[in-house]
Design a protein around this ligand. Structure first.
Ligand SMILES: C[S@@+](CC[C@H](N)C(=O)[O-])C[C@H]1O[C@@H](n2cnc3c(N)ncnc32)[C@H](O)[C@@H]1O
Length: 260
């Protein structure tokens, strides 16, 4: 290739970067418009649709990985009762946490708002595992709809009480107001006698490492609306949910550990 042609090809490739820039600007503009004009109901529905279309969460997908994250293993080892025990899992997706815990001998009740994800879990419960699946968001609680057509609906309070609960990976951040966060914690705490593991996104600008956090609370308290939050008993050193940290008043009386 002659020097002149080499120069023009190199310049041509560089010029295509403008396409990336335009795409980035379009994406940023769309985000700004969505945040400015979409109602909470639209954002919530969008989130459910998007998760339902993500293959990695489907238990019949080759990309589905039924393993636990280190933050979950640490929280379970430190705070959770040993199996057999009853665990309630919210935002269960296609059942990542549910399947692992059921394989370890826990009896699991899982709920999730995405119809395809929770139907996938209900249809793919491995033989011998105790998993009952329902379709519901945190906002729907205490009402639990059947995961599969023809199944039975239930009320959370009608089920036998739970020894522990999980608000699954990152899901607490999908609750778009502090009132919803408190309501979800109260609904779950009202039927749970042991620890609650809550997973949420944190602002990566405020944390040194990845934007994932967890808080595990243990103790036999009931939901309440008065301070003090577990903060005084929290192990510090990391960050809080960017919004709604007051929600932790609902876990009054529980010991609380924070990790990045
Ligand atoms: C990051 S995925 C985690 C799924 C599963 N726990 C896992 O770890 O594979 C977050 C889940 O939260 C669910 N979700 C979103 N908004 C929710 C809400 N308002 N109430 C309950 N779950 C919600 C999504 O449908 C999605 O399945």
């Amino acid at each position: 290739m002659g020097a002149r042609r080499t120069e023009w090809v190199a310049r041509g490739i560089r010029a295509t970067l403008a396409v990336d820039r335009v795409a980035w600007l379009a994406s940023a503009a769309r985000s700004a418009l969505v945040l400015a004009f979409a109602s909470d109901a639209v954002l919530t529905r969008y989130s459910t649709l998007a998760y339902g279309a993500t293959r990695t969460y489907h238990p019949d997908s080759p990309e589905f990985d039924a393993t636990l994250f280190p933050f979950e293993e640490q929280a379970f080892a430190r705070f959770f009762p040993p199996a057999p025990a009853r665990v309630l899992i919210g935002a269960a997706g296609g059942g990542r946490e549910a399947i692992v815990l059921a394989q370890r001998g826990y009896e699991v009740v899982a709920f999730e708002p995405s119809a395809p994800l929770i139907a996938g879990l209900a249809a793919h419960v491995p033989e011998g595992l105790q998993i009952t699946a329902f379709r519901a968001s945190y906002e729907d609680l205490p009402r639990l709809e059947p995961a599969l057509p023809g199944g039975l609906a239930a009320g959370l309070a009608e089920l036998p009480r739970f020894d522990a609960a999980i608000l699954g990976w990152g899901s607490f951040s999908h609750l778009l107001s502090e009132a919803r966060q408190i309501a979800a914690l109260q609904a779950i705490a009202a039927v749970t006698d042991g620890p609650m593991l809550v997973s949420f996104r944190v602002d990566p600008r405020r944390t040194a490492r990845s934007g994932r956090g967890w808080c595990a609370c243990s103790g036999g308290c009931r939901a309440g609306t008065s301070w003090p939050v577990a903060t005084s008993r929290c192990r510090s050193g990391s960050s809080r949910p960017s919004r709604g940290s007051n929600s932790w008043r609902s876990s009054r009386g529980r010991t609380c550990g924070w990790r990045r």
